[in-house]
Design a protein around this ligand. Structure first.
Ligand code: ZN
Length: 324
């Protein structure tokens, strides 16, 4: 079954870069798979607008095709009932991917937010969990650079398949936080060769790790998640979204620490309901609204409130940093 789904492999005998293989895949799949071609051409017509929120701004994207993901039922019962759409045996006939180190399949997302938008799905049906896969996440960030960044949504804050391990990738720099934090980072400590920073005046709780050695970044990330578990008082994976990139020999992990997945306005009835369900891209400053009325209604106050509501408090964020 898997063999039919492999368009190419990384690594391969001619040492192609992963970013070349994934770009070639995207071009080929648009020719072979009408659903993807539709999704990509629909992107040309999406509307966007910038909302100035005072100390930061966000970009809204009105993207009707995202309704499936934004509105997805992710409760345990609904997940058990549905056929897992990331399992190799359930992929659409036309869909193929780049097999990464025999463990993950890089697939084109047919409902894209970006012109090239990938889902990087484990070949086995195992639960979404970043700690066990952090080395793969770092390897992907490096191998996909400089063209793409990789991101992760926790099983309870944005993953639409919380039961099937997956990452995503997008063209580098298109999630606003990737460039906005550069001027705002405040280094709090250094562990081994890895710097631990926060981001000031950003309206969200963010910790940024930067380091030039894979193993040191891995260890610091695991120290961070352990501190998060302690402070957030949970045995489960602490709620987080992570955006990873690699440039000039340095890994950078932007970790958004979350108190909850969906804001109260998501659960309201009728016209009061706002269909915003923040995952990495949204909390990173590109807020997707699948409904046109929301695209027009949303204002700065609403964005600031949603971000505050779904983020861990500043006080707890500081305690986490102390305990890393
Ligand atoms: Zn699955």
């Amino acid at each position: 079954m898997l063999s039919q789904k492999i368009y190419s492999q990384f690594p391969n005998t001619v040492h192609d870069a992963l970013s070349k293989l994934t770009h070639d895949l995207y071009v080929n799949q648009q020719q072979q798979w009408p659903l993807l071609a539709d999704g990509v051409s629909a992107l040309e017509n999406v509307q966007t607008r910038v909302v100035d929120c005072g100390t930061f701004s966000v970009r809204l994207q009105y993207n009707p095709k995202r309704i499936v993901s934004t509105g997805a039922k992710v409760d345990t019962a609904s997940i058990k009932e549905r056929k897992c759409f990331l399992c190799v045996g359930n992929l659409p006939d036309e869909q193929q991917g780049v097999l990464f180190k025999e463990k993950f399949l890089v697939l084109c997302n047919p409902m894209p937010i970006f012109k090239e938008h990938f889902t990087i799905s484990h070949v086995d049906h195992i639960p979404q969990s970043i700690e066990e896969q952090i080395l793969t996440f770092l390897a992907l960030a490096k191998e996909l650079s400089p063209m793409y960044s990789v991101f992760y949504n926790g099983p309870k804050c944005g993953a639409s398949a919380p039961d099937h391990m997956h990452f995503q990738a997008s063209p580098t720099g298109l999630i606003p936080v990737e460039h906005e934090i550069v001027e705002r980072m405040e280094m709090k400590k250094q562990i081994g060769g890895v710097s631990v920073s926060t981001v000031k005046d950003y309206g969200r709780s963010v910790i940024v790790l930067e380091g030039d050695t894979e193993q040191d970044v891995e260890l610091t990330f695991l120290r961070l998640t352990r501190a998060m578990r302690l402070v957030m008082n949970t045995n489960e994976e602490p709620k987080m979204n992570v955006i990873g990139s690699f440039a000039q020999g340095l890994w950078r992990l932007i970790v958004f620490i979350r108190s909850k997945h969906r804001p109260a306005v998501f659960f309201k009835e009728g016209n009061d309901k706002i269909l915003i369900s923040p995952a990495s891209v949204d909390i990173g400053g590109l807020v997707v609204t699948p409904l046109e009325k929301d695209f027009h209604i949303v204002d700065a106050e609403m964005i600031r409130n949603i971000y505050e509501e779904v983020s861990l408090t500043r006080e707890l964020l500081n305690t986490i940093i102390e305990k890393i």
